[in-house]
Structures are given as C-alpha cells and as structure tokens.
Design a protein around this ligand. Sequence first.
Ligand SMILES: O=C(O)c1ccccc1NCC(=O)[C@H](O)[C@H](O)COP(=O)(O)O
Length: 232
Amino acid sequence: MPRTRIKICGLTREEDIQAVVAAGADAIGFVFYPKSPRYVTPQRAAELMRVVPPFISTVGLFVNASPEEVAAAVRIAPLSLLQLHGDETVEQAAAIGAAAGRQFMKVFRVKPDTRPDELLEYEQANRAASPFFTSLLLDTYVDAYGGAGKGFDWSLVPKDLAPRVVLSGGLSVHNATDAVVDVRPYAVDISSGVEASKGIKDARKIADFVAAVRAGDTILESETHHESAVPR
Ligand SMILES: O=C(O)c1ccccc1NCC(=O)[C@H](O)[C@H](O)COP(=O)(O)O
C-alpha cells in the first residue's frame, strides 16, 4: 500500500527546508502571492531551492496570476509543479499550465454547502481541459485564500476521488492520523499547523506531523493485511 505523500507549504528559510527534508516529507511549497505573510519572490525561491536535494518536489503556489507571470517565475525558480490557489477558471488554469510547461494542482476551496458531486465534476472538468492538470487540492474556503489553519468536513470528499486528492486545511499533529485513515487521500498538505509564527516553521512540529501521517499509514496497512487474511 503506497504511503501518503506529504507537502509542507509556505517555506521561507533554508533551515526550515532542511527540517522538512530531514523529516522525510515529499514536497516543499513556495508562496508567490504578494499579500501572503509567507511570500517569497521567484529569486528568493531559486536561492532556497539550492538546498533541496533530488527527488523532493518544489511547488509554486500562485493566486490569480497570469500565464505570463507564472511562466516568468518558473524561468527564475525551476519549480517541479504549480499550485493554483485562486479563482482561476478551468480554462485559465489550463493556459497557465501550458505557458509554464508544468503540471498543476488546482485548488478547490470547500464551503459548508459544497456537494461531493461538485468536487468530482470540478476534477473531471480540469482533467478534460488540460494534460497539465494533475490533481485537486482541497482546502477550506476563507476570504483571504489560504494558509489559515481552518478545516472542512472531510466526509464531503467522495471515496472514489480521495485516492487522487491532496487534502489540506487545518491539518496538524492532532488530526493528521485521522485524516489519513478517514479520508485516505493521495497526499496531505500543511502550512500553519507546523509554524512557530507566520512564515517561520518549527522543526519539531514538522517531524511530529510527518510521524502522525505515518501512523495513519501504518493503521491503513494493518487494515489491508487484516482484510486480505480473512478467508472469503
Ligand atoms: O500560505 C499562505 O499565506 C497562502 C496564501 C494564499 C493562498 C494560499 C496560501 N496557503 C495555502 C497553503 O499553505 C496550503 O496549501 C494549505 O492551504 C494549508 O494551509 P493550512 O490550513 O495553514 O495548513
């Protein structure tokens, strides 16, 4: 059974990147949204990326940026993947992926009245519109766009969509094991839950979060072994 992938978002310092790598996470996110307290310029991201070893993905988070802006950022900071976290339409997201020549995750910001079929439809629309679309990232709807540490009702995530989504919004060491076991997402994404203060990560919290995700993986694995051991 594959382990749950882990992305830590909103990195601004070399030592925090080193903590993410040491903890065994899979991906590092840089926020290119100028209004964010975690904002880094593409030049700063390029500097920070020098301490990222191979096989760790670097993700660029953009909010309502133009295809030209994203393509220019990618020329400076050679990101692995994009995270489109704004109100980009399906067509605009496709144009951004094509202009930057990068796969992208499209964020769906879940509201209390979001219906499970809306999530499936949105995923299908993005998949149909662009070969650069790779997955939905589910976050909680907040006025300020993201990184707010607010969770949503995970039971809204359809079971057949879950293995393809990145789950985020209000995750922490306290709920990460349950998130993995209850939702079974492809990946989890966290920012404020592993911070000492906005934009400054806490190495202990990062390590504890990764351990809590792995505890969820271990529970799922033992359930799978148990199910396959039961004679039918
Ligand atoms: O981090 C920000 O400041 C930010 C600004 C604008 C859009 C999104 C932003 N962050 C999103 C994330 O860091 C994560 O992808 C995700 O939403 C998790 O956030 P959190 O609830 O803080 O764990």
